[in-house]
Write a protein of this length. Structure first.
Length: 267
């Protein structure tokens, strides 16, 4: 069966939103309506093999997940979660590829859909990676504040002008100021902008606190131990908060213990 015939065969079993075209190397590529968390399109590939078909993502899902991770190697928990996804959808995980084989002609549509669903669910493991990264950095900041004997509360809720409650990572107290610390931590360059925009929204919605409490300060603490931040990320929040970097704890200590007036004079 040639590529055009294979495309026609696949297309007969799928809705119009699934678009089939020749793949760069062999078989056909099915562009699905499903998306990865960063907005990338989920592609599935159909290959003719020994009188049947193999349907695979060619490793795109786990490859995408790897790009979001700090470590090049997946943790045992991540491996188990990916395997759970495959068992639930009755597909194989072979050499980091999501695979269904052998597939008959009349089952191609279902196979493509299952591989696409598995790709989305595997990529959603990124949310567990992100929360783990944030949790680990929060724990480090927690320990550092205790060592410096800076009084603090963790996970403090503050009401915004919009009526929304914002959960702040840390609230610290010093004789001269009260600081709300927004921790920006992610292992993904693609997620960095969304994290920064979230902090900006929080600072704007909570800006009334600075009027009500003259010694109130907002701190955007970037976990820059991972190289995911761009200059525009810092610029986005610098007009609404003071910038601190986790790689420079001495500067963070100065910011937290100085008076609001002192910090403004250095901006």
């Amino acid at each position: 069966m040639n590529v055009n015939e294979l495309c026609a065969s696949v297309g007969r079993t799928l809705p119009p939103l699934f678009v089939c075209s020749p793949a760069p190397h062999e078989g056909v590529r099915v562009r699905t309506p499903l998306l990865y968390p960063d907005g990338g399109v989920v592609d599935v590939f159909v290959l003719e093999r020994g009188g049947g078909y193999t349907v695979t993502d060619f490793g795109d899902a786990l490859g995408w997940l790897g790009l979001q991770s700090i470590s090049r190697r997946r943790s045992r928990r991540q491996e188990m979660l990916a395997q759970d996804v495959c068992r639930t959808l009755r597909i194989d995980l072979l050499h980091d590829q999501l695979v269904l084989r052998p597939v008959t002609d009349d089952a191609l549509g279902e196979a493509v859909t299952r591989i696409a669903q598995a790709a989305v669910r595997v990529s959603d493991l990124w949310f567990t990676l992100r929360s783990q990264s944030l949790q680990a950095t929060e724990d480090e900041v927690d320990e550092w504040l205790r060592e410096k004997q800076i009084p603090f509360q963790r996970q403090v809720a503050k009401p915004g002008r919009s009526g929304r409650d914002w959960t702040i990572n840390f609230e610290t107290q010093s004789p001269n100021r009260t600081s709300l610390i927004f921790l920006l931590s992610t292992g993904s360059r693609g997620a960095a902008r969304r994290v920064t925009e979230h902090v900006l929204a929080g600072c704007v919605d909570l800006s009334h606190l600075k009027t009500e409490q003259p010694n109130q300060a907002f701190i955007s603490l970037f976990d820059d131990t991972v190289d995911v931040w761009r200059a525009e990320d810092f610029q986005l929040v610098e007009d609404h908060s003071e910038i601190a970097r986790w790689s420079a704890p001495d500067e963070l200590e100065r910011i937290l213990t100085a008076s609001v007036r002192d910090n403004l004079s250095l901006c």
